[in-house]
Ligand binder design. Sequence first.
Ligand SMILES: Nc1ncnc2c1ncn2[C@@H]1O[C@H](COP(=O)(O)OP(=O)(O)O)[C@@H](O)[C@H]1O
Ligand SMILES: [Mg+2]
Length: 509
Amino acid sequence: MISKVYTVAFEGVSANVVTVETQFSPGLPSFSIVGLANKAVSESKERIRACFQTLGFSLPCQRITVNLAPADLQKEGSHYDLPIALGLMSALGIVDRFELEKYIVLGEIRLDGNIAAVNGVLPAAIKAGENNQGIIIPKACAKEAAWAGEIPILAADNIIKIVNHFKGKQVLSQPQPVKMLVRDTKHGDFQEIKGQAQAKRAVEIAAAGGHNLLLIGPPGSGKSMLAARLPSILPDLSPREALEVTMLHSLCGIVPESGLVTARPYRAPHHSASLPAMVGGGSKAKPGEISLSHHGVLFLDEMPEFNRQTLEALRQPLETNEIAVARVNKHITYPANIQLIAAMNPCRCGFYGQEEKQCHRAPTCAKDYQSKISGPLLDRFDIILNVQPVKAEDLKNPNIICGDSSKIIAERVTMARALQNTRNKTSPDASPGVLNSNLDGKNLYEQLKLTPNAKIILDKALDKLGLSARAYHRIMRVSRTIADLDQSENTDHPHVAEALSYRQMIIGR
Ligand SMILES: Nc1ncnc2c1ncn2[C@@H]1O[C@H](COP(=O)(O)OP(=O)(O)O)[C@@H](O)[C@H]1O
Ligand SMILES: [Mg+2]
């Protein structure tokens, strides 16, 4: 007799159902796992053998064959332990095989029968819901699975509890999603930044329209400080976005205790980050920083210090909002709809442009340093801003409260985003609309609602500045966001003029 248990294999964020078939057959005692299993999966049998010994179950002195079907799908990860162990128990008649077939099973087992947390529980639970199945998971992942909707969930910290549940001795209770979600307030406030009114305005516009922003300025001018305060003005994720983001975090095993990521992601990888760490993939197929920033912000501080190849790899996802990672025999795609914020010094010594401080190699040193950022990458920034050093009089006044608080800016950002959500629909029944930064083609021209005066300025800029088509469209998008912050239906000439002022060319370009 062959027993069947269902589990999943991950391909990008999608979970594919894998059937664990177990058969005992006559012959010399052996235990083999077949079906394109990687090392972690084939080591399962040692963990299971030891676990059965501890719990007092004995495996039959027969040939044990476990097949993970379909056989051509790569099986990676440690979550196959529990389905294989339950498959054996079902073949031995310890648990009811028909009851077990109603669930998708994930979990890593320890030698004492305890079940450890695994990655990818949320995508698996969503798959179970689609298939009208329940899910059996480690107790530590219960809250995460509860966000997948109304599906039966058995969350246990020990394999014995699952056996007892099926025998009716100790019924496991259904976990509930956490209701209270507390907004993360550990970020600083915009009011702590003295002076820098233009830079603050640029960050607000970037936040409102989801625009890519590059800050160039001398050390200590507050670039990192500005970027670090961005999360304090970004709206929380919508329920749909939260689920998408949590799925990606789930694949990396970094879901918060509540089981759901609700704060907009803000990732700031160090410049030593490798290519797989940034874009995903590598020996274990996992989303990279760019996908972990999906629906949020990827901040690259000291951008020219990043490996060139790593930076160039961001170009394609910045256009397509997803990243395709090559694996041994196929491509897997992760979503990567991000807002890129980058900061850099104007040159290696950092003071290019300040007569009294710049080094004797200026402007060559600035040209060399800035040429580390390629033209095509630069073209993908909607806003390029030269941040000036903080003015002495701004700094000296200890009581000065500068500009609006993050709370007030966040309200303006939320309002501007609400306008975009109702207006920027890609089709009449699409909901919600896209952010201005994602407007494209016909939709961009339609939603822009450019006044004749604004068109004159825009056309002049195109002739004078020799803009690329991409840069031209980016200015249009930023103008639209400025108009939205102004609660204006049309995009008028002051909006376009301000957008043009945020395309400060970097040296030699
Ligand atoms: N505008 C400002 N207002 C108040 N403090 C500032 C400002 N700019 C810089 N600082 C101070 O200088 C420190 C360094 O700023 P940082 O943002 O790291 O500079 P940068 O990234 O431009 O080199 C901050 O932690 C803060 O204490
Ligand atoms: Mg810095």
